[in-house]
Each structure stands twice: as structure tokens, then as C-alpha cells.
Write a protein that binds this ligand. Structure first.
Ligand code: FMN
Length: 243
């Protein structure tokens, strides 16, 4: 049952006219909180953006307006070390947040929490889309929702009752991801060529947005130049200088 649900995931970017209730959002968050957490720091916060103007602005700033326009709930997922600073203060301790390790801890904690939330939402029949586009304008978005020092947004999640159904995207062959005892790079060329053929067929025949494309070419183009170089400076502005 769980496997069937996990294997049927496909992002949904258009939603029917239904607004999630506070009970629904709270229940999803509570379920998500049961994700494992590094040293139990629980270093995440979610901003549920219900204000129409703010939601629209979030869509604009993240350059993904369509998803936010119809979303039944718009969430901003943040790594949060501010709450840990407050915890430290309760014990008259100034905690040290400014490390690269903490950036990793926060990103992993948020990702595990978010994936739990997504699975819980999909199990209830909602569709979801992660919005990494939030990192296109992290400073402006932080300002929009008043994020303090020690808190940085990682991505958004839009969710709602699906108004579209995308086909499940084929993943890399398991052999390209699974290594036994030692890392084996020699197998990649043939496996990636095989996967390119699978993806070419998928892109050419899917229900909407058909295109001539394959995976390796897309990755080559996507990663040809540095992505979001402003992130380093933004993280520093939030108290993380990557020490
Ligand atoms: C962290 C993260 C950020 C993403 N950001 C965006 C985004 O900004 N806009 C969007 O339309 N999809 C976004 N996606 C969705 C991916 O494009 C999608 O998961 C991927 O193409 C696989 O397709 P599937 O989810 O339908 O299986 C994001 C996914 C993840 C995990």
C-alpha cells in the first residue's frame, strides 16, 4: 500500500478550487513532525501563507506563480535555528549556530519533514509540488514573512485537490543508483544511454507538454553554470558563514 502510493507520485501544478482547513494543515504538519530529526533538533518551521496578497507575491518571487495561484495551501519550509537559540537562552547559553554542518543538519531535517508531509498529503488524495524557486529570491521572501536571523527558507510546497494528473516520470535504473561495497562509475555510460532512451519516449508520448529531450542533455544544460550563486551571501546574512 505505502509502496504503491510512493511509486505513483507525480507533481501536481494545478489545483481545484478548494482551500485546506486549519485542521487539515495542522494534521499534515503533526504527521510530518514524526520524521526522524538529527540529534532531535527539529530544526524546521513552516510558514502557512494564507494572506492572498502574500501568496501571490510568493508565487511571483519564486517565479512559479501558476502553482501558488490555484493552491489550496501554500507552505514555506524553513530551516530554523532561531528556536534553538531561544532554547539556549532559557539556559543562559548563547548557542553556536554558525557552521556549515548546521546548514546541512537544517536542510536534511526540513527535507525529511517535508517528504513526510507530502506523503501524508498524497495519501489523503491531495496533489503537491515542491517549489525550490523560493531560493530565487530568498532575501525578499524572508522579508515577506518576517524570518529572523537563524531561519532560512529552503523551498515551498503548494498543495491542493488535483486539477491535472501527470504521468509518473521514469526514474534512473536502480543499477545506476545502487552500488555494492564500492562506488562503480564504469557502469554509468551504458545505463545513462539506456535511461535517455526511456526518457525520450516518456517526453515524446506523455499527455501534456510533449518535447524532444533526454535526461543527460537536460542535466548538462541545467548544470553548465553555477546555480543561484547568491545563496552563499544570503545564508551569511542569516547568520551562517559556512565556518
Ligand atoms: C526540492 C525541490 C524543488 C523543486 N522545485 C520546483 C519548482 O520550483 N517548480 C516546479 O514546478 N517543480 C519543482 N520541483 C518538482 C520537480 O521538478 C519534480 O519533482 C521532478 O521533475 C520529478 O517529477 P515528479 O515530481 O512529477 O515525479 C521541485 C522538486 C524538489 C524535490
Amino acid at each position: 500500500m505505502v509502496e504503491k502510493l510512493l511509486r505513483s507520485h507525480a507533481s501536481v501544478r494545478k489545483y481545484k478550487d478548494y482551500t485546506l482547513t486549519k485542521e487539515e494543515v495542522s494534521a499534515l504538519v503533526e504527521t510530518a513532525q514524526h520524521a526522524a530529526s538529527s540529534h532531535f533538533v527539529q530544526a524546521y518551521s513552516v510558514i502557512w501563507v494564507t494572506d492572498i496578497a502574500k501568496k501571490e507575491e510568493l508565487g511571483k518571487l519564486s517565479q512559479n506563480p501558476k502553482q501558488f495561484e490555484t493552491a489550496g495551501a501554500a507552505l514555506l519550509l524553513c530551516a530554523d535555528f532561531h528556536r534553538l537559540q531561544v532554547a539556549g537562552k532559557l539556559h543562559h547559553t548563547e548557542i553556536e549556530i554558525d557552521t556549515t554542518e548546521n546548514v546541512l543538519v537544517g536542510a536534511v531535517d526540513v527535507a525529511l519533514f517535508a517528504q513526510n508531509l507530502v506523503i501524508a498529503a498524497e495519501a489523503k488524495g491531495f496533489g503537491i509540488c515542491f517549489i525550490g524557486g523560493v531560493r530565487n529570491a530568498p532575501a525578499e521572501i524572508s522579508q515577506l514573512v518576517d524570518l529572523p536571523e537563524g531561519v532560512f527558507p529552503l523551498f515551498g510546497i503548494t498543495l491542493g485537490v488535483p486539477d491535472q494528473q501527470n504521468e509518473v516520470k521514469p526514474r534512473l535504473p536502480v543499477a545506476a543508483v545502487l552500488h555494492e561495497n564500492s562506488y562503480d562509475s564504469a557502469k554509468y555510460e551504458s545505463l545513462l544511454t539506456e535511461y535517455d532512451r526511456t526518457m525520450e519516449e516518456y517526453y515524446a508520448s506523455r499527455g501534456s507538454n510533449q518535447k524532444v529531450a533526454n535526461w543527460t542533455q537536460q542535466m548538462a544544460e541545467f548544470l553548465e553554470s553555477p546555480r543561484r550563486p547568491h545563496i552563499r551571501e544570503f545564508l551569511a546574512s542569516k547568520g551562517f558563514h559556512m565556518k
